[in-house]
Design a protein around this ligand. Structure first.
Ligand code: IMP
Length: 200
């Protein structure tokens, strides 16, 4: 059976990834399970670049098929900030209550469609022969006028999704998982892997 390493140490992500890829004849292991400890500098300018940096670094180290993800919030009115700096925006230690309020404040003159924003997730696959593939999933929404909802994490309370008339922090985790940027990118990657690994 093919072994795939998913380059994350986040157990929550591993659970979601294992669930989505469970019908493939592959064993998905985390960095920890693969016994890898390494610092990767995510200095890419795009989600694609960062996901590729992570996947190729580990793939070269292990000579294995490696998947990695990078995600964040893109707000159109402020030139797609915080983007790849979503975790680092205003400093890693700053609370999301403060980060979220800062984004709301920066959009004080933005109305209606000008408030468009999305969560983006890019998954990269790095093959031992050097080939690289990426897939991208999004949740399209608008920045709300105040934080709403107590579920989720990070920027969830400010991404209002018109389709469901609620923020992603007002969704149950089951609902968010069904429509999530990561879920969509993973489903697309699953289709790519089925083609690439000849599992059709
Ligand atoms: P990571 O690259 O998946 O670790 O995510 C980077 C950052 O993007 C997180 O620390 C959050 O600030 C933000 N982010 C990504 N996905 C979500 C989400 O589903 N909800 C809220 N914030 C998110």
């Amino acid at each position: 059976m093919e072994k795939i390493i998913f380059a994350t140490s986040n157990e929550g992500k591993m659970k979601e990834i294992r669930m989505i890829l469970s019908d493939l004849p592959v064993k998905v292991v985390s960095l920890k399970e693969a016994g890898i400890q390494t610092e990767i500098v995510e200095d890419g300018k795009t989600f694609e670049e960062n996901a590729i940096i992570k996947a190729t670094t580990i793939s070269k180290l292990t000579n294995t098929l490696v998947l990695a993800d990078d995600s964040g919030l893109e707000v159109d009115y402020i030139n797609k900030e915080p983007g790849v700096y979503s975790a680092r925006y205003m400093g890693e230690e700053t609370s999301y209550a403060v980060k979220n309020q800062s984004i709301i404040d920066r959009l004080k003159d933005a109305k209606g469609k000008e408030r468009s924003a999305r969560f983006v997730c890019v998954i990269a696959a790095a093959f031992p022969d050097g080939r690289v593939l990426t897939t991208r999933g999004t949740i399209e929404g608008e920045i709300g006028y105040e934080e709403k909802g107590g579920n989720g994490f990070g920027y969830d309370p400010i991404l209002y999704v018109p389709e469901f008339q609620m923020t992603t922090a007002q969704m149950s985790s089951e609902m968010k998982n069904k429509i999530s940027h990561r879920g969509k990118a993973l489903e697309l990657m699953k289709k790519e892997l089925i083609k690439e690994l000849g599992m059709e």
